[in-house]
Design a protein around this ligand. Sequence first.
Ligand code: ATP
Ligand code: MG
Ligand code: MG
Length: 553
Amino acid sequence: REKAARSAAGSSFDVVALPRVDGLMVTRFPPEPSGYLHIGHAKAALLNVYFAHQKPGGVLICRFDDTNPSKESMDFQSSIAEDLALIGIVPDKTSYSSDYFEQMHDLAIQLIKDGKAFADDSELGKGDDNRKNRLPSNHRDMGIEETLERFREMKTGSTEGQRWCLRARIAYDSPNGTLRDPVIYRGNLAKHHRTGTSWKVYPTYDFCAPVLDSIEGITLALRTNEYRDRNAQYEWIQNALGLRPVPIWDFSRLNFVRTVLSKRKLARIVNEGKVWDWGDPRMPTIRGIIRRGVAVPVLREFILKQSPSRNILNLEWGTFWAGNKKYIDAVAPRHVAIAAGHSVYCDVIDRNNDGSPPDAAVLDVPKYVKNPGLGTRKIPTGKTVIIEQADAQSFEIGEMVTLMNWGNAIVRDISTTQSDTDAADTAASGSNDKSNIVVKHLVLELDLGSRDFKKTKKITWLAAVEENMIPVELMAFDHLITKDKLEPSDVLEECLTPVTQFITHAFADCNVVGLKQDAVIQFERKAYYRLDVSYQGRDSSPMVFFEIPSGGK
Ligand code: ATP
Ligand code: MG
Ligand code: MG
């Protein structure tokens, strides 16, 4: 049974710390189509899957909570369905809060007729002082007829109607602020992406959630625990309308350091052009993180592992990416890339052949020695190779070095120049006190007979022929946010990292040409990368690889 439950969650991970439920489950994931799904939403969605599918026949509903047309759109709605599928979540049923506008409207009328609601014009805008001070609104005693009339006016969308909202008459002086006569309907003239302009008033989340959970037959409503105060309100609304009560199970929000997981703030980052779009590899959206290079099973495992915890933690990305590295390391084919900026051309001479170049040959080596199943790659050799400036700078004349996958060679000659203009650049590319010395050229004498690899430097290199020098861009990214945790008093724009995108131009080996978009590889001695733009031909723009964080720091 435990095994069935685990496979139901689509995973072999340890989620047994979550409660078991009796009977058939109906759960719902209620995204508002006002942005793309982020990693926090993935937690909510996966938990709902877990409960719904604990037993065969359980139902997961994806309910688009589309009650605020000012923020919502069809694009967001479609992206949410796609991103759920991306992480392997296929709802058994899809519904929309807007499907129930008529029904919810009728229930609001019922509430008014039962004397449990009143119209108010003091709550709009910033919220009123009366509420903070636990004082009744001036309109709290409004009678049923007047309330009905005001609500009718609200529905016309007239200027007067726009000034009013409908509030539940619960308890203006309750210590629980969510019970102080919450707003249940407010006006909005924006065009709704599904219902157009048929409605000019919309139910609030506080009204919609308890009503629809009951109507849709939800057997367990999952909510993040910052809503715990709202539970009493949720129960009040179901009770006031004579609806079936729905039990609530709360879980903690997922938070990450140096990350915002608020759609409102993420929308600002997108709209202010700080990133390319919602799926940018710097965004904590499901799309963004996958585009950055996380493997979907790793994403799922990570979230499921956090799920039983009800503490609100500020999680580290390091742990997340370290788990991903473990997973991709075993399956990532190895390639070579040499930074283009200061690469060093080396003449290769053959020891046993009197200073003449070696015969050009193409070697066949495993894509990854530890995983022969991945197949082989071609390594062209030749009389000229390029290596990285930093490697060349570390060489001494007479030193034996290892050209990886080819063999050993002795450094016979090093030509250098003093660099004035490039000094800063070279220093940045990571070297030492020799940093204003630039290596221009090397002579390497092959010694393929040497089997002494213990003390040699292992150097990546490329045969310097056009077909083996594929132009690529290696892109690395930084966190968007400078602070570990944004406080409510922080201004988002003041906490954005000024530069978050770094490009290195490089040449890569001929095998990269065959890679498809999304391929995950390792450039040896550099990092793991995900291929974002595949090879488009010799005369087109370069291939683009995104560096995948390794969780190292
Ligand atoms: P945001 O603050 O990003 O707008 P939201 O809660 O308003 O989030 P919804 O689309 O309403 O966005 O959220 C859908 C579901 O995802 C809700 O059940 C919500 O509780 C849950 N959820 C949102 N953010 C997180 C998070 N960081 N961790 C876990 N669950 C979350
Ligand atoms: Mg919400
Ligand atoms: Mg929110």
